[in-house]
Design a protein around this ligand. Structure first.
Ligand code: NAD
Length: 372
């Protein structure tokens, strides 16, 4: 099979969907790899490294003229113009973007969005949300530390004692857990909140303190269980109580990292303007939900702004700032997924009785597949 790896053209996208490691493995399976010239440069992978792994270095048109395209972001209209009907596509295609999927269907692509893979043990090795959120959680803490004008750890020096930073993490999924672990390694004191009570143990095992909010009604308990590991919108009664508890912690915090997301919906507002006003000057908020509207209404997507003396970081693509490792992990996720859709003979197969393939398939034969 001809496998194309184009250079990503989306603004700020530095990642690449294949690395020399995965190119070598695909080549060993008998495929022909066409990597667009410069595809890996922003992730510190040279054309020479791809060539040494067995790839052909080609121009943009040749990379797109393949049987299977490996992408990070969904192709835009210019890119789709280079794709021939019937091409297979694997990437982070945004399963909730109806217009984007309609464009892929109109271009007659058989497309797979890896974000749609179920959160099961078997799908773990191809779980791009986890591999990338883990990086975002780490980088969020790095960015906070960079902007914060004080130390994270408690220090006892001859010139006096420095207090440890108080870090509040809102939303404890994959990114939140990595943010806790990273801030802990730097010596911060950490408190964290999530709608799902099951994460309390995980927060504590990483040395953080869980912000307790009671679940008083059957409706609250049911919503808190979520679905498939994901959060569901919580009843207002619970959110009101959570707000009171969070507000107390945010007022004392030096750094707040928010990661709260509900798939396919606007991010919940957890840090109000009033809470930002209550924070100390020089405090930092990193809003990982910026692309989904933000967990703080003062966040500006893609920008770092200072409001009421607080720095708000609204970076929307943190994994792209750790491009080399983000690409390495993403490329391995793809390699693992390909085992499900490429036969031993090297042809494309779409086994719909495989729950991962069925969940990831977005378009086929000109149609957008209904989301399960
Ligand atoms: P996510 O990015 O969708 O959301 C981030 C976090 O925000 C979640 O923990 C969510 O509960 C929380 N949240 C939503 N609304 C909130 C609110 N109002 N207040 C506070 N927190 C709020 O989640 P994710 O990181 O993709 O992880 C989702 C779940 O899937 C986690 O339980 C994770 O451990 C699990 N998971 C399982 C597997 C697997 O079994 N293979 C793999 C990856 C993740």
């Amino acid at each position: 099979m001809l496998i194309g790896v184009p250079r990503e053209s989306a603004a700020g996208e530095t990642r690449v969907a294949a690395t020399p490691e995965t190119v070598k493995k695909l080549k060993a399976q008998g495929h022909v790899l066409r990597v667009e010239q410069g595809a890996g440069l922003a992730a510190s992978v040279t054309d020479e490294a791809y060539a040494a792994a067995g790839a052909e270095i080609v121009d943009r048109a040749a990379a797109f003229a393949s049987d299977l395209l490996l992408k990070v972001r969904s192709p835009d209209t210019d890119e789709l113009a280079l794709v021939k009907p019937g091409t297979a596509l694997v990437g982070m295609l945004n399963p909730f973007d109806k217009d984007g999927l309609a464009r892929l269907a109109a271009a007659q692509l058989t497309s797979f969005a890896l974000e749609a893979a179920p959160r099961t043990s078997r799908a773990q090795s191809m779980d791009v949300l986890s591999s990338q959120a883990n990086i975002a959680g780490y980088k969020a803490v790095m960015m906070a530390a960079e902007r914060y004008q004080r130390f994270f750890p408690m220090l006892m020096t001859a010139a006096g004692t420095v207090k440890a930073a108080r870090v509040v993490i809102l939303g404890v999924g994959v990114a939140g857990l990595q943010a806790i672990a990273t801030a802990k390694r730097l010596g911060a004191v950490i408190e964290a909140s999530d709608v799902r009570p099951s994460v309390k143990e995980q927060v504590e095992s990483l040395g953080g303190k869980f912000i307790e909010v009671s679940y008083d009604t059957a409706e609250e308990k049911e919503a808190a269980e979520g679905v498939g590991g994901y959060a569901r919108p919580m009843p207002q009664s619970w959110l009101d109580r959570q707000k009171i508890e969070v507000a107390k912690r945010v007022a004392q915090a030096d750094v707040v990292i928010t990661t709260a997301l509900i798939p396919g919906r606007a991010a919940p507002v957890l840090v109000s303007e009033e809470m930002v006003r209550s924070m100390k000057p020089g405090s930092v908020i990193v809003d990982l939900a910026a692309a989904a509207g933000g967990n703080c209404p003062l966040t500006e997507a893609g920008k770092t702004v200072v409001k009421h003396g607080v720095t708000l970081v609204g970076e929307t693509n943190l994994p792209a700032l750790v491009a080399a490792d983000a690409s390495a992990l993403y490329a391995r996720n793809i390699l693992d997924f390909l085992k499900l859709v490429i036969t031993k003979e090297g042809t494309l197969d779409v086994p719909m009785d495989d729950d991962i393939v069925a969940a990831c398939l977005m378009t086929q034969a000109g149609e957008v597949k209904a989301r399960k």
